[in-house]
Design a protein around this ligand. Structure first.
Ligand code: ACO
Length: 387
């Protein structure tokens, strides 16, 4: 949608009905723009392809939070802040220790982020600088939560975060116990860049709704994690990998497998989007990355299954893939467990959520739409004893 197509929708009291808020502009934002017709995504004016090629995740974090790319000194300052906030408060680590091994990692992450707020003296301080400090803490601590829980559920001790290195490097180190190779670190870093922000998607909207009540950043990010968990949103990447693994286990033909799903009226995860009417540009970048990774690893099957599914979806439904489709095989080729895919999405998107919250609070207005009442009216109340 071009900016000139936007009209002020409510000039009087007449409510506007848009199921799922489709096409509704709820607020103004300078953070990211999606052109759903052309398949373009920009963060603060920069094309996602350029950022994926040239920027680190930390540069994108700075860009989203501050509106401009950092100088060397500014980037170094942010990195040091992030590095110094990586360790978890001991009681939050205890929560992870006491979580069931088979708990959904997104449920654990949601709980732990909520708990972080209990141990931050600034949790309810709403001054801008305090909120900026909390944004850094949340960004720095989410990777530690994910990696620590993953190790604990596998019967291993959590690994203390490094006091140096990038977020991508430190996360892969805390997860695997060994320093990642340069290629794996860069691939993972690009994935973080690609997932950092995406307009007013469901989880970002959730965070802004919570923020708009002047609730605190931990509440808003915990709520956003809850929204991202769903399989129509961030949870789709895990479902995509389930499908690829199922195809492999069954020795099925991917095209026939997908046709059968569609014939049964099921959705194919990783396809379709509320805004894109063409290929999601992030999916195109990830497709090329997973092809390279597969060639390097000499294991092409996940890429080949994915391409066969893509062709089938285009032929059968004219629907293109979204970011979740190729991120699944990318993460799998990096050796990550499928149920960590969505938490990793949260790790990156926390950059977007926290920047959106700063933007929300800079010019707050309560977000409060209406529902069309379709229930009954004029019923006669009957006292309890007479019912
Ligand atoms: N598989 C099969 N059919 C689909 C799919 C899909 N993945 N996505 C949309 N369609 C079809 C619908 O059945 C519908 O067809 P119909 O008009 O014949 O009934 C039509 O396309 C429009 O779909 P809606 O559900 O109205 O589109 P909406 O904008 O509400 O949904 C959504 C968008 C939820 C992403 C949807 O495409 C979907 O369910 N995709 C699968 C889940 C997924 O991959 N989610 C991740 C999205 S990206 C992200 O959040 C990070």
């Amino acid at each position: 949608m071009a900016d000139q197509d936007v009209t002020e929708l409510t000039k009087n009291d007449a409510p506007i009905k848009a199921r799922g808020l489709e096409g509704v502009i709820a607020l103004e934002s300078e953070l990211s723009f999606i052109d759903g017709q052309k398949g373009e995504l920009i963060y603060r004016g920069y094309d996602i392809n350029d950022l994926a090629d040239g920027a680190s995740f930390e540069e994108v974090v700075y860009l989203l939070a501050n509106g401009s790319l950092p100088t060397q000194d500014e980037l170094e300052g942010l990195k040091q802040e992030l590095q110094s906030e990586r360790a978890l408060p001991a009681p939050v680590l205890d929560i992870l220790r006491n979580s069931p091994d088979d708990a959904h990692p997104m449920a654990v992450l949601r709980t732990a982020v909520s708990a972080l707020g209990l141990y931050d003296d600034e949790a309810d301080v709403m001054e801008e600088m305090a909120n900026r400090r909390k944004a850094v803490r949340i960004l720095a601590q989410i990777p530690t939560i994910i990696a620590s829980f993953d190790r604990l559920r596998k019967g291993k001790e959590p690994i203390a975060p490094l006091d140096h290195g990038s977020m991508a490097h430190n996360f892969l180190y805390m997860l695997n116990g060994e320093k990642p190779g340069k290629a794996a670190e860069r691939t993972f870093d690009v994935c973080l860049v690609l997932h950092a922000d995406h307009g007013l998607n469901a989880s970002t909207f959730t965070s802004r709704v919570i923020g708009s009540t002047l609730s605190d950043m931990y509440s808003a990010v915990a709520g956003a994690i809850g929204a991202l968990k769903g399989k129509l949103h961030g949870g789709a990447n895990r479902e995509v990998m389930r499908m690829l693994l199922d195809i492999d286990d069954q020795g099925a033909d991917p095209a026939e497998y997908v046709k059968q799903r569609l014939a049964e009226g099921e959705r194919v995860m990783g396809f379709g989007h509320r805004v894109y009417k063409t290929m999601d540009p992030r999916a195109a970048i990830l497709r090329d990355m997973v092809k390279d990774l597969s060639e390097e690893a000499g294991e092409m099957k996940w890429y080949e299954y994915s391409m066969a599914i893509l062709e089938t979806m285009r032929n059968e439904k004219s629907i293109d893939p979204n970011v979740d489709f190729f991120s699944a095989s990318t993460y799998y080729q990096l050796g990550l467990d499928p149920d960590l895919f969505t938490p990793i999405f949260a790790l990156s998107r926390s950059a977007g959520w926290t920047s959106h919250l700063l933007e929300q609070w800079a010019d707050n207005r309560l977000i409060r739409p209406r529902a069309q009442y379709v229930g009954e009216r004029d019923k006669t109340f009957v006292p309890l004893e007479d019912r």
